[in-house]
Design a protein around this ligand. Structure first.
Ligand SMILES: O=C[C@H](O)COP(=O)(O)O
Length: 241
């Protein structure tokens, strides 16, 4: 059975005070949310502890935006899995295109992070997706297939979420057609050994397109950036029809 998973990736937005303010506005909307939908918020590291306390007893789970593969060590600027689990984090985004593009993330380091996350009981959300140039050159399928092949070496597919995020659709308002996202996600699924992995779509998901996206049979949820920063907007997405 594939789970529906809606996650908000706050990227480098929101102080602790702003995160609490968001939760005050957001949590009451969850009374309308069907219980089988998994709702996740992935704030900056500094918000995790305060949000964990605020969310105690609520159905919202916390995710981080990165994790290192070592348990500790001289890795300035990185974060280790036990530091995340200690403050109640259950999920972690790995291999987001912004990490790959700006911070030298490779399929090899993505693979190391995925295995470390699972070792410490975190559920990784692995991001894959093509650039505009790769899409225009007809390389989408090949690129994603290679990413999956390299990223998933020795990764446990029973504790994994995948997000298909076409890079050209991230933060641009240029959403991938729902039927096209459905097609690519079907291809991703055909490459997995576990048919029960939930696969999200990410890239300019908004209140006005979530219903169409979630109506697609292969799409099991959404990884939402900009539209997860406002309580009302993210609530509308979580409460899609
Ligand atoms: O992780 C989220 C994605 O990068 C999508 O961001 P966006 O919804 O702002 O396009």
């Amino acid at each position: 059975m594939r789970k529906i998973v809606i996650a908000g990736n706050w990227k480098m937005f929101k102080t602790q005070a702003e995160s609490e303010n968001f939760l005050r506005g957001f949590l009451p909307h969850l009374e309308e949310t069907p219980s089988e939908r998994e709702v996740i918020l992935c704030p900056p590291f500094t918000d995790l502890s305060v949000m964990s306390k605020y969310l105690h007893g609520s159905r919202v789970n916390l995710g981080a935006q990165n994790v290192h593969w070592e348990e500790n060590g001289a890795y300035t600027g990185e974060i280790a899995a036990p530091m995340l689990t200690e403050v109640g984090v259950r999920y972690v985004i790995i291999g987001h295109s912004e990490r790959r593009q700006y911070f030298g993330e490779t399929d090899e380091t993505v693979n190391l992070r995925l295995k470390a996350a699972q070792k410490y009981g975190l559920t990784p959300i692995l991001c894959v997706g093509e650039t505009k140039q790769q899409r225009d050159a007809g390389e989408t399928e090949k690129l994603i297939s290679t990413q999956l092949e390299k990223d998933l070496v020795d990764v446990d597919q029973t504790n994994l979420i995948i997000a298909y995020e076409p890079i050209w659709a991230i933060g641009t308002g240029d959403t991938c057609e729902a039927t096209e996202a459905n097609r690519v996600i079907g291809l991703i699924r055909s490459q997995l050994t576990n048919p029960h992995v939930s696969i999200q779509y990410g890239g300019s998901v908004k209140p006005n397109n979530i219903d169409e996206i979630m109506a697609q049979p292969e799409i099991d949820g959404a990884l939402v950036g900009g539209a997860s920063l406002e309580a009302d907007s993210f609530a509308r997405i979580v409460n899609y029809q």
